[in-house]
Ligand binder design. Structure first.
Ligand code: HEM
Ligand SMILES: [Cu+2]
Length: 548
């Protein structure tokens, strides 16, 4: 009698987005948003450490008042390299392109972003821009500062301004495409039942960021083209001798670059909302107003650019008005901070590493934001503009804010991204290093600026030395804090405990699929019938992660 024998399949590991093809080709030509996110993760991290290398050169130079590590020219090139790399190749892409790319489709319950190929194109544009920037550095560097101020950049600098500009221009398109992709995805691809008022705050934040990316980035792109055109053809755009106006450059530049600081911070704020909700096991207090405050920031951010120009000779009335409006941009940020604090109130708080970063964020961002209000006050700004006070302000928001949010998010979603837990003890230690190192680096700079140390000088009077030494010492501690996660994250890829689908007991669609997720994210389209952060209905976990 014939019996059909059904061959027994050897137990194979389930296919997920990581195991779905191992060739270089399957990575470099992927259209999977999760793989593209990892491509960004690797490249953005490389730029972070390159920018960090230049930061350490700056801090070493400033250890002594005489400036004996390098010449003035090299110093100009070093701080320009630091600023351009950190702003355009790290801070702007880091959270949207790494975490946003990974999470936005998962959080809205979609299979991928709306335009997967454009997503891949974005990464290539970023890489092309980045390689051009590196080429500039290898062939003599550029000395204009990251702001490229005219007339220096257009008439006097002998360095490669055009290629550096082109690098930024191309990276800008990467940013525009990412923004477009997010906007269309959020509008068109939400899972059934996922209404706007159920959307996770991280998605809201990326949505608002995308609006700024699309509306603002073309302005800086055009400005850079104008710089190139003026250098190449000597047209009078910014040069007064030819009928141009150097202030026009600053207006155009800051019309993008002020909103751009919110491109950097908003996604991190979104991360913080997710962390605070999860680790205090509560719905975010005032969910709606926190969501709308992202949009408010995006809108008001476009109205205040000239607060970077108080001492350029703009009319006193213009300065007064810009000073006045600048105070309003603090309001939505303050709303977020207040509402996070209110969420913590009576929450069942756990102190896992991501939450430590969230606390760090709140503290440092608050200092950064409040000193922003000092700078918004006309009289104070005239005193401290172009000093280390400003340097400290923006590092508190951009490093204290953006990087804290990013690291918090990386720890939180690491199990989702890799399927492994990181070692909690090491992570807490490095969070401590980051926080202490950060404050030791940048707090002295407030005082330095207040007592009159100008930024971008390579020498200084000896009385400023003690504070500079403190700052350099802090930078070394901070560097250790940033290197440690590299090591233990890499370690955890092999040795970390296997993570369950939802190791933190978190709400949100991304936790409803496996860790790491399958290629198309969900086996069947999820249907949402609950509010965001429905923590009341979820079992609390004791939040040490791991699989139980
Ligand atoms: C709370 C709201 C904020 C206010 C009121 C504010 C205000 C200001 C003002 C008035 C200046 C100009 C200072 C000067 O040049 O003399 C400034 C500089 C700066 N701010 Fe803020 N700021 C705020 C938040 C932020 C955030 C969130 C970021 C970044 C994530 C940021 C990044 C910067 C940068 C990069 C500069 C200096 C740019 C340069 O000259 O190189 N600020 N801020
Ligand atoms: Cu600004």
């Amino acid at each position: 009698m014939a019996t059909t024998v059904i061959p027994v399949q050897p137990a194979s590991k389930p296919v997920n987005y990581l195991t779905n093809g191992f060739t270089l080709r399957s990575w470099l030509l992927t259209t999977d948003h999760k793989r593209i996110s990892l491509l960004y993760l690797i490249s953005v991290t490389a730029f972070f450490f390159l920018g960090g290398f230049f930061a350490m050169l700056i801090r070493l130079e400033l250890l002594t008042p005489q400036g004996d590590l390098m010449h003035a020219d090299s110093y100009n090139k070093v701080f320009t390299a630091h600023g351009m790399i950190m702003v355009f190749f790290f801070l702007i892409p880091v959270v949207p392109a790494v975490l946003g790319n990974f999470l936005v489709p998962l959080m809205v319950g979609a299979k991928d972003l709306a335009f997967p190929r454009i997503n891949l194109l974005s990464w290539y544009l970023y890489i092309i821009g980045g390689l051009m920037m590196i080429h500039v550095l290898l062939t003599g560097g550029i000395d204009t500062g990251w702001t490229l101020y005219s007339p220096f950049s257009t008439q006097f600098s002998n360095t490669n301004v055009i290629e550096a500009g082109l690098a930024i221009f191309i990276a800008g398109f990467s940013s525009i495409f990412t923004g477009l992709n997010f906007i269309v995805t959020v509008h068109r691809m939400r899972a059934p039942g996922l209404t706007w008022d159920r959307l996770p705050l991280f998605v809201w934040a990326n949505y608002a960021t995308s609006l700024i990316m699309i509306l603002g980035t073309p302005v800086v792109a055009i400005t850079i083209v104008m710089v190139a055109v003026e250098r190449l053809f000597h047209l009078g755009i910014f040069d007064p001798k030819l009928g141009g106006d150097p202030l026009l450059f600053q207006h155009l530049f800051w019309f993008y670059s002020h909103p751009a600081v919110y491109i950097m911070i908003l996604p991190s704020m979104g991360v913080i909302s997710e962390l605070i909700a999860c680790f205090s096991h509560k719905r975010i207090f005032g969910y709606k107003i926190v969501a709308l405050s992202s949009i408010a920031i995006a809108v008001i951010g476009f109205l205040v650019w000239a607060h970077h120009m108080f001492v350029t000779g703009i009319s006193l009335y213009a300065a007064l008005i810009f000073s006045f409006i600048t105070f309003f941009v603090g309001v939505p940020s303050a709303i977020k901070v207040f509402n996070w604090t209110a969420t913590l109130y009576r929450g069942s708080i756990s102190f896992a590493t991501p939450m430590l970063y969230a606390f760090g964020f709140i503290g440092l961002f608050t200092i950064g934001g409040l000193t922003g209000l000092f700078l918004a006050s006309l009289g104070i700004d005239v005193h401290v503009t172009d000093t280390y006070f400003v340097v400290s302000h923006f590092h508190y928001v951009m490093v204290g804010g953006v990087v804290m949010g990013y690291l918090g998010g990386m720890h939180f979603w690491w199990p989702k991204i890799t399927g492994r837990m990181y070692p909690e003890g090491w992570a807490k230690l490095s969070a401590l290093f980051v926080f202490v190192g950060f404050n030791l680096t940048f707090f002295p700079q407030f005082i330095l600026g207040y007592v009159g140390m100008p930024r971008r000088y390579w020498q200084y009077p000896p009385e400023f030395q003690v504070l500079n030494i403190l700052s350099t010492a802090g930078a070394s501690v901070l560097a250790v804090g940033y290197l440690l996660p590299m090591i233990y994250f890499a370690w955890s890829l092999r040795y970390g405990p296997i993570a369950s689908a939802n190791p933190w007991g978190a709400a949100g669609l991304e936790w409803k699929t496996t860790s790491p997720p399958p290629t198309f994210n969900f086996d069947e389209t999820p249907v949402v019938t609950w509010e965001a952060y429905n923590y009341d209905e979820l079992e609390p976990k004791d939040h040490d992660g791991g699989s139980r």
